[in-house]
Ligand binder design. Structure first.
Ligand code: UDP
Length: 323
C-alpha cells in the first residue's frame, strides 16, 4: 500500500545499487513510504528485472552509472543510501578492483555529493569487517580479524575504509551519517548464480543436483530475512545515531544443517549433499550481537527462518530453470 504525499513535501532519496538484491527492496520500501526514489546501478551484478515494476511510476528514476566515477544528480536530495557493491565472495574474486573502487572511491563520491546536497548518508557496511572473528557473537565494539591480502580482503578492506571515511566526514565536516553492518541476508531477488550459499543450495535442490557444502559444513552463519533488514535500515536512517549498528538475525546454524533444511523444504528425491573444499579465509563462525539495534531502534527480526525460507523458495521456484 503506497502512502500519498503531496509533491511539495515529498522527500527524495538516492539509492546506489538500486537494482541489486537489497537495493531494490529499499527502493520498494521508500516508494511505499511516499518518497521520490532515484536509483543508480551499473548493473554489473544488479538486474533491471528487480525494479521493472517501478519504472512506470512518476516518483521513480533510474540512472545506469558506476558510482566509482563522479556522481552528479540534478535537484535536491534528502537522503543517500550507498548499497552499490559486488556482494558475494565469487563476485569479488572476479571483480576485485571494482569491489575496492566502489567501496572506497564510490563512497568518497557519495559523501561529497551529500555535502553539496546537504543530505544525510547511510552506508552499507558488513559483518565482513569482523573478518574470521575471534569474538563470538560479534558486537560493534569488536575490531575484527581481517586478512588484508586474502581473496576477501578486497571487499572487507574497502568496507573498513568506507567506515573510516564516513566517520571522518561526520567528524570533520559535520555530515549526518549512518552505518549499518549487514550480516547474511536472504530473500527474493538474490541472484541465482551469485555463488552464495542460499541461491546455490536452492538451485541445486530444485534441479535435483548435489548441494555443495564447503569444508565439513560445521562453519556457522546467521541468516536474516530481507524485510527485517529493510525495516532496520529504515529506522536507522531516521534515527540520530552515528556509530555503526549490526543488523542480522542472531539465529545461528551450521551450513550442513542449513543444507538439510533446504533439502527438506524442496523435497526433491534426486537432491543430496556433496562436499567441496572450503574457500580461503572462509569465516568459521558468524552471529550478530544486535543489542545496540534493539536498544537504539527497538529493532529485532520478526521473520523466522522457516517462514523466510518458504517465501524465498516461492521466488526460486519461479526463476531457477530446470532442464
Ligand atoms: N557455502 C557452501 N556452499 C556453497 C556456497 C557457500 O557450503 O555452495 C558456505 C561458505 O563456505 C560459507 C557459507 O556457506 O561458509 C556462507 O557462504 P556465502 O558465500 O553465502 O557468504 P559468506 O557468509 O561466506 O560471505
Amino acid at each position: 500500500m503506497r502512502k500519498m504525499s503531496s509533491m511539495s513535501n515529498q522527500k527524495r532519496v538516492l539509492i546506489t545499487g538500486g537494482a541489486g538484491f537489497i537495493g531494490s527492496h529499499l527502493c520498494d520500501r521508500f516508494i511505499n513510504e511516499g518518497y521520490r526514489v532515484v536509483a543508480i546501478d551499473n548493473l554489473i551484478t544488479g538486474n533491471l528485472e528487480n525494479i521493472a515494476h517501478l519504472f512506470p511510476l512518476e516518483e521513480f528514476e533510474f540512472y545506469n552509472h558506476d558510482v566509482s566515477k563522479f556522481v552528479h544528480v540534478p535537484g535536491n536530495i534528502d537522503y543517500i543510501l550507498h548499497f552499490a557493491s559486488p556482494a558475494s565472495p565469487i563476485d569479488y574474486l572476479q571483480m576485485p578492483i571494482q569491489t575496492l573502487k566502489v567501496g572506497s572511491l564510490g563512497t568518497h563520491n557519495l559523501l561529497g555529493l551529500a555535502r553539496v546536497k546537504n543530505a544525510r548518508v547511510l552506508i552499507a557496511s558488513t559483518s565482513e569487517v569482523y573478518g574470521d572473528p575471534l569474538v563470538h557473537p560479534q558486537s560493534e565494539e569488536y575490531w575484527g580479524n581481517v586478512n588484508p591480502i586474502g581473496p576477501r580482503g578486497v571487499y572487507d578492506e574497502a568496507k573498513r575504509f568506507q567506515e573510516a571515511m564516513t566517520m571522518a566526514y561526520h567528524t570533520y565536516h559535520g555530515l549526518e551519517t549512518r552505518i549499518v553492518r549487514i550480516f547474511n541476508t536472504y530473500g527474493p531477488r538474490m541472484r541465482v548464480n551469485d555463488g552464495r550459499v542460499l541461491p546455490a543450495f536452492f538451485s541445486q535442490a530444485i534441479r535435483g543436483e548435489g548441494l555443495t557444502v564447503f569444508g565439513d559444513g560445521n562453519q556457522t552463519r546467521s541468516f536474516c530475512y530481507v524485510d527485517d533488514l529493510v525495516e532496520g535500515i529504515y529506522r536507522l536512517l531516521l534515527s540520530d545515531y552515528q556509530l555503526p549498528v549490526n543488523m542480522g538475525n542472531p539465529a545461528e546454524i551450521t551450513i550442513l544443517e542449513f543444507a538439510d533444511e533446504i533439502l527438506k523444504l524442496v523435497n526433491n528425491p534426486k537432491a543430496h549433499i556433496i562436499y567441496k573444499p572450503l574457500p580461503i579465509d572462509d569465516p568459521k563462525q558468524r552471529k550478530p550481537d544486535i543489542t545496540r539495534a534493539n536498544e537504539i531502534l527497538g529493532w529485532q527480526p520478526k521473520v523466522n527462518r522457516h517462514e523466510g525460507l518458504k517465501k524465498t523458495y516461492e521466488y526460486f521456484k519461479e526463476v531457477v530453470s530446470v532442464d
